[in-house]
Design a protein around this ligand. Structure first.
Ligand SMILES: Cc1cc2nc3c(=O)[nH]c(=O)nc-3n(C[C@H](O)[C@H](O)[C@H](O)COP(=O)(O)OP(=O)(O)OC[C@H]3O[C@@H](n4cnc5c(N)ncnc54)[C@H](O)[C@@H]3O)c2cc1C
Length: 421
C-alpha cells in the first residue's frame, strides 16, 4: 500500500494551492480527470481559446495576484475595464439592472421607480422575498427574478436571502437615483484580468510549486475508510495522515459512506457552449445577460472582445436543473436552439460557426440555504475531527472565487502546516 502524510483529492485551484503552500512535500494529489485545473481549465481549438466557462479574475489581495504573476514570466495578462450589458426590450442597458433602470423605456422606468418607492416593508425570508423587499416589483420581475431563476434553475423562494453573498451587486435607493444623473461602473469585478493564454495559465503558475511526480492524473478516489485512514482509488490504496478534499462535499460523503439528505444539497448545473465563428460580431462588450424566459441561455460572453481579435468567440451558459440529465441528443438540440436564440438576440447575423466545444459543469452554483449552510458546517466539522478537511468551492459547498480558493487553501496549509512562508 502507498503511504503519504497528505492526500489531496482534486488538482483544481484549491488542491494545487494547498500542495503548493505546504512546506512538507510528502503528499499525493489525486485527480480524476486527465489534466489539472478543475473548472479553471482552458481549451485551445482551431485558433480559439476558451475556458470551461468564462473565468475572469478580480483579485482583492495584491499578494495573491503577485504570487501568481511572479511565476508567469513574460506571459501577457490583459487588464480589462468591464463592459457588461443586459439585453432588454430590444436594447442594451448597462449592468447591473437595478442601477440602470433610467435606461429603460420611459414608462418602464416610471413603473420601476414607483414600485421601488412602494416596495414591501418586510424583508422577505428568502432570496425572492429579499429581491421584492429591496428593489420592488418592477426591478424584481423585469430582471432580477427571471435572470436568477434561469441561472440557478430553481424557484428563488427556495434560496436564502444572502445566497449570493458579496457577489450580488446591491444598490441603495439613493445609489439608484444618483446613478441616473452620474452613472458609475463598480461592483466586485469592475476591472478584471485575464491571461492571454486563457485562465489555465494561473493554474500552471500554481502548479509550478507542486511536485509533478506527486500529481496522479486519471485517478479517482472511490472510497475512504475514515477509521483506517486509507483511501481506495481506481488504481491503488493510499494510507494518509491527513486528507484534504476538494471534490464536491456530496461526493466526499458518498466516498466515506456517510448518509445525507440530498434535498439539502441541491445545486444547478451549467451547460457551456464555446462557439467560434468565421467573422466578428458585436464589438466592445465582454458579456451580456439575458432575463427572457424564452431565450435558452442566461449569459453570453465574448472572448474576442477581451483579446481584441477578429473572429467572434463566445461562451454561452445555460442553467440546467440539478435533477435533469441531458442525453447527447438533447445536448445537440440545445446547441441548435442556442444558435437560433443568438440570432433572435442579434448576436449572430451572417457569421458561420467554424469551431465548438461544450462542457457540463456539475455542480456549478450550489443552492445556499440555511439548512445547506448548517448541514455543510456540521459535516465538515465531523470530518475534520477525523483528519479530513473539505475545502474549495464545492468541498465547502459555497459560492466563491478562485482567489478565495487560494486564500482558503493557504490558511489550511498554515493551520495543519508546516507551510511555506
Ligand atoms: C460558470 C462558472 C463561472 C465561474 N467564473 C469564475 C470567474 O470568472 N472567476 C473566478 O474567480 N471564479 C469563477 N468561478 C469559480 C471557480 O471555477 C471555482 O472557484 C474554482 O474553480 C474552484 O476550484 P476547486 O479546486 O475548489 O474545485 P474544482 O475546480 O471543482 O476542482 C476539484 C477537482 O477535484 C476533482 N475530483 C472530483 N472528484 C474526484 C475524485 N473522486 N477523485 C479525484 N479527483 C476528483 C475534479 O475532477 C476537479 O479537478 C466560476 C464557476 C462557475 C461554475
Amino acid at each position: 500500500m502507498e503511504r503519504s502524510r497528505y492526500l489531496i483529492i482534486g488538482a483544481g485551484v484549491t488542491g494545487l494551492a494547498f500542495a503548493d503552500w505546504l512546506e512538507d512535500d510528502d503528499y499525493w494529489v489525486v485527480e480524476a480527470e486527465d489534466e489539472m485545473g478543475g473548472y479553471c481549465r482552458t481549451v485551445e481549438r482551431d485558433g480559439f481559446i476558451w475556458d470551461y466557462s468564462g473565468h475572469f479574475f478580480h483579485f482583492r489581495n495584491p499578494e495573491i495576484e503577485a504570487y501568481l504573476v511572479d511565476r508567469m514570466g513574460d506571459q501577457a495578462i490583459l487588464r480589462v475595464n468591464r463592459d457588461s450589458r443586459i439585453w432588454y426590450a430590444d436594447r442594451y442597458i448597462d449592468f447591473p439592472f437595478q442601477k440602470n433602470i433610467h435606461q429603460l423605456p420611459e414608462s418602464e422606468y416610471a413603473q420601476c421607480l414607483r414600485d421601488l418607492h412602494e416596495r414591501p416593508k418586510e424583508k422577505g425570508g428568502n432570496f425572492k422575498g429579499m429581491l421584492y423587499a429591496r428593489y420592488g416589483r418592477g426591478i424584481a420581475e423585469k430582471f432580477l427574478i427571471p435572470y436568477n431563476e434561469k441561472l440557478y434553475a430553481v424557484n428563488l423562494a427556495a434560496l436564502d436571502p444572502d445566497a449570493m453573498g458579496r457577489f450580488f451587486p446591491h444598490a441603495s435607493v439613493e445609489e439608484i437615483l444618483r446613478n441616473a444623473d452620474a452613472p458609475s461602473v463598480d461592483g466586485y469585478n469592475a476591472t478584471f484580468t485575464y491571461p492571454k493564454g486563457g485562465a489555465a495559465q494561473y493554474i500552471d503558475a500554481i502548479a509550478q510549486g507542486v511536485r509533478s511526480d506527486r500529481v496522479a492524473l486519471s485517478e479517482r478516489v472511490v472510497s475512504i475508510d475514515l477509521n483506517a485512514k486509507v483511501a481506495t482509488t481506481n488504481k491503488r490504496q493510499i494510507a494518509y495522515d491527513l486528507l484534504v478534499n476538494t471534490a464536491p462535499l456530496i461526493s466526499l460523503l458518498g466516498m466515506c459512506g456517510i448518509e445525507y439528505d440530498s434535498a439539502v444539497f441541491s445545486h444547478n448545473r451549467v451547460q457551456v457552449f464555446n462557439l467560434g465563428f468565421d467573422s466578428k460580431g458585436p464589438t466592445g462588450v465582454h458579456w451580456i445577460y439575458y432575463p427572457q424566459r424564452d431565450i435558452s441561455f442566461y449569459r453570453v460572453g465574448f472572448y474576442d472582445n477581451i483579446f481584441d481579435s477578429d473572429h467572434m468567440s463566445l461562451y454561452v451558459e445555460v442553467g440546467v436543473p440539478w435533477d435533469v440529465e441531458l442525453s447527447p441528443d438533447e445536448r445537440g438540440a440545445l446547441k441548435a436552439r442556442v444558435l437560433t436564440d443568438l440570432q433572435t438576440c442579434g448576436v449572430l447575423e451572417n457569421q458561420t460557426l467554424i469551431a465548438s466545444h461544450d462542457v457540463l459543469l456539475d455542480p456549478a452554483y450550489v443552492h445556499i440555504t440555511a439548512r445547506s449552510i448548517a448541514t455543510a458546517a456540521n459535516m465538515r466539522e465531523l470530518l475534520a475531527a477525523q483528519d479530513v478537511h473539505s475545502i474549495g468551492r464545492y468541498g465547502a459547498w459555497t459560492y466563491c472565487s478562485l482567489e478565495d480558493n487560494i486564500v482558503e487553501a493557504r490558511a489550511l496549509a498554515e493551520h495543519v502546516g508546516p507551510a511555506k512562508t
